[in-house]
Design a binder for this molecule. Structure first.
Ligand code: C2E
Ligand code: MG
Ligand code: MG
Length: 562
């Protein structure tokens, strides 16, 4: 290809003069040789050979139309068939007005009439053509994304801005399309298939948004932006795009964040930031594929940013509090305290008490959770030791583990260290691992859980029934108790007291030989029903909300006294 930088290489640019008349060649060389290196050809075939030989360094061709062996027009036609020759600009030299039009139509950049005009005019036309051609090359190298052929982000923003200038009143949507867990597809199927998926998405987007005034770009790996005429609903479009995985035997799930009828006063970047915020909001929600931006999301975003910024200081200043919620064994005549769950809260100096539902998912996203959890685990272990020492009673405490921690090769060592630092045993610390963590990457996680169990830790599978582990798999998993997801209790008692699902889970637990723990038990009715169904352990507001460590003493003293 006539490469932009190669053309520069020798300092002077190269020009080929193709003309069968000696006098013309000499005259043009005279005019041009100060600024350019001039090559000369005396017939069409010779010109063609020289062009091919110098394809990487030729900046321009001056072409006479009337030449022996091959005419200028025939040569133009030949050049236009070869992509890397086609990009070299051609100026036609002619005395015939009709041929001027024909040659321009065949791809010539410009023409210079014979007899020749003033040397300055010739030079100006030549340098302008070279400039145009070089600009065009720079643009085509940066305008399009190599993999998908869509616009790159810079050009996308540029064209969208241009469009807005011409059509300031057009009702437009800014949309951000993302592939859910694209990195997992890449890891599982390899980069090549990953690329194939991205290309297909791009192709489908071009089909769907083919109307004029729609702009599409690939912003980064698996993020695509679209600027288009306003539409009411994007769910069928998302479905159409997701179909591209079908014959690849891969479920490709696309999500769309939509900033609808966007405010043109906002900078284009901000408009697409809003679409992205909307898309991120449904990152882990499998049942929803389209999310619309609303102003409240900005508040949520700013709030999240504040929490992340303040985390290090909050941890250092011990603003995180560990509360304890009792679990009662209800198998006997009277409920008996069996253990407690440690639950973190953030006692924020200006925002007040913040619940973990607000910051745990956020910290899981950016990795801060590891530091916070280790802090909670240590507080829990200290408390177990304190109760033993001060009250002479030993009650296990369960702590929550996040998915990311299951990948930490040092997890088992860290846990053992915490236990030994506090002079307690591994059996005193129970570990709650959410069901969805087991499912996501079973082998390595299952192995890590096995190791924890071998070291004596007691494993409770948290939120059971919400993570979709297959029944087939559950019998293989290392666990010591099933914690029923709170939704089971909610749905069972919401309407007509249909507890059949709960009995199925209790049957599964029986089959596995482990107890069921029911969370979120709020009423006596629920408690009695669960007891009748054979549920072993209960945790919920019916007995107590999570309380500060100092308030927990009373449960221990009660147990000790009984
Ligand atoms: P989880 O582990 O499933 O914890 C149970 C949640 O249910 C707690 O919410 C608890 O306060 C609440 N709960 C208990 N009984 C009842 C009840 O009768 N009714 C209702 N409506 N709710 C009840 P909390 O403390 O807000 O924690 C929410 C989630 O945050 C936890 O769910 C857990 O996934 C996470 N979490 C809490 N502390 C930690 C922590 O230290 N580390 C990690 N990684 N996650 C934590
Ligand atoms: Mg839990
Ligand atoms: Mg739970």
């Amino acid at each position: 290809m006539n490469n932009y930088s190669d053309a520069f290489a020798g300092g002077k640019r190269n020009i080929l003069v193709a003309d069968d008349e000696y006098i013309n060649r000499e005259m043009l060389e005279n005019i041009l040789s100060e600024e350019y290196d001039v090559l000369k050809a005396e017939d069409g075939e010779m010109a063609y050979e020289m062009i091919k030989q110098n394809r990487n360094t030729l900046s321009l061709i001056l072409l006479d139309l009337m030449m022996p062996k091959m005419s200028g027009l025939d040569l133009l036609a030949l050049l236009s068939e070869e992509p890397d020759l086609k990009s070299i600009p051609v100026i036609v030299l002619t005395s015939d007005q009709d041929s001027e039009v024909t040659s321009l139509k065949k791809g010539a950049y410009d023409f210079i009439p014979k007899p020749y005009p003033q040397p300055d005019v010739i030079k100006a036309r030549i340098s302008r053509s070279i400039e145009l051609a070089e600009d065009r090359q720079i643009i085509s190298a940066t305008e399009r994304d190599e993999l998908t052929g869509l616009y790159t982000i810079e050009y996308f923003y540029r064209y969208v801005n241009q469009f807005d200038k011409y059509y300031p009143n057009a009702d437009r949507d800014a949309i951000c399309f993302d592939v859910n867990h694209f990195h997992v597809l890449n890891e599982r199927f390899g980069m090549e298939k990953g690329d194939e998926i991205l290309k297909r998405i791009a192709g489908r987007l071009e089909e769907v948004f083919s109307d004029t005034g729609s702009f599409i770009c690939r912003k980064s790996a698996d993020t695509f932006l679209v600027y288009c005429a306003h539409r009411e609903d994007y769910s069928s479009i998302v479905d159409q795009i997701s179909e591209i995985g079908e014959d690849l035997h891969t479920a490709v799930k696309i999500r769309a964040g939509v900033y609808s009828s966007c405010d043109k006063k906002l900078d284009i970047h901000l408009r697409f930031d809003r679409a992205k915020i909307a898309a991120d909001k449904i990152r882990n929600k499998y049942s929803v594929s389209v999310s619309n931006f609303d102003e409240a999301l900005i508040d949520a975003e700013l709030f999240a940013e504040q929490l992340v910024d303040e985390f290090p200081k909050a941890l250092a200043e011990k603003q995180f509090m560990v509360y304890f919620q009792p679990k009662f064994d209800i198998r006997g005549d009277k409920p008996v305290l069996s253990s407690a769950e440690a639950l973190v809260r953030w006692s924020h100096p200006t925002l007040g008490m913040i619940s973990p539902g607000k910051f745990v998912p956020l910290f899981e996203e950016n990795g801060l959770i590891a530091k916070l959890d280790e802090y909670v685990w240590r507080r829990a272990a200290e408390k177990i030791a304190d109760w033993k020492e001060r009250l002479g009673i030993s009650v296990p405490v369960s702590v929550n583990l996040s998915r990311a921690e299951m990948y930490d090769p040092e997890l088992v060592d860290t846990m053992e260290q915490i236990v030994s630092d506090n002079g307690i045993s591994t059996g005193d610390l129970y570990l709650e691992i959410t069901e969805s963590a087991y499912v996501s990457d079973s082998d390595s996680i299952v192995n890590r859980v096995k190791m924890l169990r071998e070291h004596g830790f007691f494993i409770e599978m948290d939120d059971f029934g919400s993570g979709y582990s297959s029944l087939n798999m559950i019998s293989e998993l290392p666990l010591d108790a099933l914690k029923l997801d709170m939704m089971f209790i909610r749905t069972a008692f919401e309407k007509q007291n249909d507890t059949r699902m709960i009995s199925i889970v209790i049957d599964i637990a029986d089959y596995l030989g482990v107890p069921v723990i029911a969370e979120g038990v709020e009423t006596e009715e629920q408690y009695l029903a669960l007891k009748k169904l054979g549920c072993a352990i209960i945790q919920g507001y019916y007995f107590s909300k999570p309380v500060p460590a100092s308030d927990f003493d009373r449960f221990l003293l009660e147990k000790k006294g009984s």
